[in-house]
Write a protein that binds this ligand. Structure first.
Ligand code: AHM
Ligand code: MG
Length: 340
């Protein structure tokens, strides 16, 4: 609770963020309100998941060949509807659809959103954590110049990224919002439906000793990564401990609060995951943006994530993200250029 005694909300964060124009502030507020509405609805549905019979699969595959869970579709439709109603989002790219959807806008400074509506959805059938992830961009092209073509959307996205957010559906529902170098964590108060925070920005703590990676894939990693993982659990002082939820949002959130490095490396043995599993636009970018605002860094092993330009909407990328000290240590151990 901030000194005033009033709960600190995402609206307050947006109002207090310097460097946003009036129109941008209005548009971002409307976008975040849509995310909050969606978060409330998804959290409420998930609480009743098995009773409503919505924790299983639809027996269909998405455009990326992955099994679509019933909740993936519900989350997709929920956020699409709220973004449509907001009038603040010019185009919405989602993990669940091949091309961005163009939406009606009412604001003079609408934004672009790339989202993973339900991340880690295979966790649902065992009542484990899942999340929703959003990257919010300024369009590279003036929205008043008419409807952009597909290829004009999200092209210059990293440079236009100005906010990122995720929802974590767990024991409680968290909303984490990063704008302009500041990250705040909010908790959904089910009695009021409001997301409330304490007004203190979050930073990665120093001295984190958690590593998060699916170690079952160890045999198909490149040697420097194998050696790094071996080192963190044997010779590093202090040694690190493994924690892996299997939902990026859950793993990232724990690492943000406790200090830890998350890795999803390329998998040479798998054609689809040869460039990693996670998607640049709506998984790697937003987590990299949030990490940077919290004093951390993100790399694909060679380049900072936020310097990589997308070559397709659903491009996959290796992701290593966490506090700066752990990322620099990782880079130096694997022989990659160490970011300053
Ligand atoms: P999804 O977006 O289809 O749910 O896949 C992404 C998820 C991440 O949340 C998680 O970190 C990763 O896939 C887990 O993959 P694996 O089971 O290969 O470890
Ligand atoms: Mg995902």
């Amino acid at each position: 609770m901030p000194p005033s005694g009033n709960p600190f909300t995402p609206f307050d964060q947006i109002q207090n963020t310097p460097g946003l124009g009036k129109d941008e502030r209005l548009c971002l507020s409307a976008t975040v309100v849509a995310i909050e509405k969606g978060g409330r609805k998804i959290a409420s549905l998930l609480r009743q998941g098995p009773i409503l019979g919505i924790t299983g699969s639809t027996d269909t595959k998405n455009i990326q060949g992955e099994e679509v869970q019933t909740m993936d579709q519900i989350a997709q439709n929920t956020f699409l509807t709220y973004f449509q109603q907001s009038g603040a989002v010019q185009a919405l790219l989602s993990e669940e659809s091949e091309f961005p959807a163009l939406l009606p806008v009412r604001f003079s400074s609408p934004c672009l959103v790339a989202m993973d509506p339900l991340d880690g959805s295979s966790n649902l059938s065992v009542n484990a954590s899942v999340g929703s992830i959003f990257a919010i961009f300024r369009p590279a092209r003036d929205p008043r110049a008419g409807v952009p073509s597909d290829t004009e959307l999200f092209n210059d996205s990293a440079s236009g990224l100005f906010a990122a957010c995720y929802l974590l559906y767990s024991v409680s529902t968290s909303l984490v919002l990063a704008i302009n170098g500041e990250v705040h964590v909010y908790t959904l108060d089910p009695s009021t439906g409001e997301f409330v925070g304490n007004g203190t920005p979050v930073q990665f703590p120093d001295g984190g000793k958690i590593y998060s990676v699916n170690e079952a894939y160890y045999p198909s990693w490149e040697a420097p990564l194998q050696e790094y993982i071996q080192w963190v659990k044997t010779d590093r002082k202090p040694t690190m401990i493994l924690r892996y939820i299997g939902a990026l949002v859950g793993d990232f959130h724990r690492n943000l609060l406790k200090g830890g490095i998350y890795l999803y490396p390329p998998d040479a043995s798998d054609r689809v995951k040869a460039s990693g599993k996670l998607r640049l636009l709506y998984e790697a970018y937003p987590m990299a943006f949030i990490a940077r605002a919290a004093g951390g860094m993100a790399t694909d092993g060679h380049r900072p994530i936020l310097e990589i330009r997308p070559n397709s909407y659903h491009q996959r990328i290796p992701l290593v993200v966490g506090p700066s000290d752990l990322i620099r240590e990782f880079q130096s151990r694997i022989g990659a250029p160490v970011s300053s």
